[in-house]
Design a protein around this ligand. Structure first.
Ligand SMILES: N[C@@H](CCC(=O)N[C@@H](CS)C(=O)NCC(=O)O)C(=O)O
Length: 239
């Protein structure tokens, strides 16, 4: 059976889980403890980052490479379109989501977590010992100084502006590129998880995230679109 080695709340790991679910693949998740646990990732794949997937004797790292690997072996639901123009559009959107978008969502979540001890507590992986979890979630915000000084406000404004445009697109279109699901939809939906955690993040995190995005009425269609996408995977699994 396919295995994904992951940090549960990593958007890149969610991206790979969504790709496997879109294809209806059965897989097993292996939780990795940040730090020490990454030694096993290094042994398996020659690099330390998650996600990796294990398919028999083969280990593949990097969410983008993993999706191409899965598309070659399980072409049922192609996530990279055959049409060259659409394939190019998908690659551009996926690359934006994995880089610019990922960087800005991470800063936004860091900012939100600095002010919300419940969010901080929920974000710490279960694999981390309880005494450390408690200590970390109770740390006062002073430790980070004035977090607003660390946050690039232009970056956050530009993120908001890009998301509003995508939100308008998904009001009238089910998919970002062409007429079927692609890696573009999955990459964007996965990174959105840090702004508002989806149901699949579990009870302690679902619906939590960055209040300035969660409460923005212009982004509601985007979060609804993401939730609908996740729901369609769940229905696929049940049927
Ligand atoms: N380009 C990689 C990025 C993966 C990545 O950034 N993984 C993070 C978790 S979200 C990680 O493993 N961080 C731990 C580290 O860098 O040591 C991909 O698309 O899979």
């Amino acid at each position: 059976m396919l295995e994904i080695h992951q940090f549960r709340n990593s958007p890149f790991c969610l991206k790979v889980r969504m790709a496997m679910e879109a294809k209806g693949l059965i897989y097993r998740s292996v939780e990795v403890t940040p730090g020490l646990g990454q030694l096993s990732i290094f042994k398996l794949s020659g690099q330390r980052q998650v996600p990796i997937i294990i398919d028999g004797e083969t280990a593949i790292a990097d969410s983008t490479a993993i999706i191409r690997y899965l598309d070659d072996r399980h072409p049922e639901t192609k996530l990279i379109p055959q049409n060259p123009k659409e394939a190019a559009q998908v690659e551009l959107i996926e690359d934006w989501a994995d880089t610019t978008f990922a960087k800005s969502t991470k800063s936004a979540l860091l900012q939100a977590a600095a002010f919300d001890k419940h969010l901080r507590a929920a974000l710490i992986p279960e694999e981390v010992p309880t005494y450390l979890r408690t200590a970390f979630s109770n740390v006062d915000c002073d430790w980070i100084g004035n977090i607003n000084e660390l946050i690039d406000q232009d970056e956050q404004n530009s993120l908001l502006s890009s998301l509003e445009k995508i939100s308008d697109v998904v009001k009238d279109n089910q998919w970002l590129v062409g007429d079927s699901i692609s890696a573009a939809d999955i990459a964007v939906a996965a990174q959105l998880s840090l702004l508002k955690f989806p149901c699949s993040s579990g009870n302690s995190l679902k619906g939590k995230g960055c209040p300035q995005f969660i409460n923005d009425p212009r982004l509601q269609s985007l979060f609804d679109w993401r939730d609908k996408l996740e729901m369609s995977f769940l229905e696929k699994r049940i049927n």
